[in-house]
Design a binder for this molecule. Structure first.
Ligand code: AMP
Ligand code: ZN
Ligand code: FE
Ligand code: FE
Length: 284
């Protein structure tokens, strides 16, 4: 069998329950040859993953997942083969994470209005040391740990999902700003999990067209939430717009119902195409 990769993996530096080291060990067990670390708005999990992978036959692709907003709709954008140590880039990410802190506190305030009192300190305790990008999945898991809901999904449907009573919007980063940010550090920008894009006001095909106009270079056709038919639809869109194709599990450790790492395995050829499209050759 040829080499395979999982190009969408979170660590506990953002909202997975697995440390970067644990992610790398599990990637080895899952038979992966390469993984991309794509934490939300932070690259602090990349260095420990690379360190830990040194003695193993696993390649760590430096990545990030940025939250953007397109006409009020949330659009996640992945960046690959980025120069993650770039100072200006790091500063921008730190600012995004600071906004996340404020937002998490605001969500807790709104939950208390709903009669649910959660402490920010407990949120930090649950996330563990090292976490620097607090998000809704942490809040969902705290709600679960405190017995306020019967499953993590309920947290989103009842309280913190888009349009729910305690939902607080996040950033004003536009798709253009995000793709520029990624390109400014040599990376390739990819539309994450296109299935989650709101299609109430516009067909997905048109939204993808708009995003291409904003600088998006690829589409995550393969994802844990996509069935074969959907992946084929997204691949067809990739062909139509000349986009790179990627895929990944979007593993969040035990933060979601199951451990997804390696559930999506894409051919290493896709990794090579991504690398060729990036400006960074030092990772070869
Ligand atoms: P945030 O970046 O803080 O807005 O949180 C986004 C995270 O929440 C992502 O990792 C999603 O996987 C997770 N998430 C969003 N909606 C849901 C949902 N309905 N069920 C479970 N997880 C969700
Ligand atoms: Zn996440
Ligand atoms: Fe996402
Ligand atoms: Fe993700």
């Amino acid at each position: 069998m040829g080499k395979v990769a999982d190009l969408h993996v979170h660590t506990n530096i953002s909202d997975s329950t697995f440390s970067p080291e644990k992610v790398v060990s599990l990637a080895g067990l899952a038979g992966l040859d390469a993984i991309a670390i794509t934490d939300h708005d932070t690259c602090a999990g990349i260095a420990p993953a690379i360190m830990f992978a040194k003695d193993m036959d696993i390649e760590i692709i430096p990545g990030v997942e940025l939250t953007t907003e397109l006409e009020d709709d949330e659009v996640h954008m992945l960046g690959y083969f980025i120069d993650w140590q770039n100072k200006e880039f790091t500063k921008k990410l730190e600012e995004l994470c600071r906004v996340r802190e404020e937002r998490a506190k605001e969500i807790l305030r709104r939950l208390s209005e709903q009669g649910i009192d959660l402490q920010y300190e407990d949120l930090l305790k649950l996330a563990g040391p090292g976490m620097n990008s607090v998000g809704r999945l942490h809040i969902a898991n705290l709600l679960y740990a405190k017995g306020k809901i019967s499953c993590v999904r309920d947290a989103f449907t009842k309280y913190i999902g888009n349009n729910s009573p305690a939902y607080v919007k996040k950033f004003k980063l536009s798709p253009r700003e995000a793709s520029d940010m990624i390109k400014s550090v040599g990376g390739v920008s990819v539309l994450a999990h296109p299935k989650t894009i709101n299609t109430e006001n516009r067909p997905l095909r048109d939204t993808v067209g708009m995003l291409v106009g904003e600088g998006v270079q690829g589409i995550e056709a393969y994802h844990s939430d996509h069935n074969a038919r959907e992946s084929n639809e997204f691949k067809a869109l990739a062909k139509e717009y000349g986009l790179l194709v990627t895929g990944g599990s979007d593993c969040h450790g035990l933060g979601k119902k199951e451990v997804l790492l390696g559930k999506v395995k894409v051919s290493y050829e896709l990794v090579e195409k991504l690398r060729d499209a990036s400006r960074l050759k030092q990772y070869e």
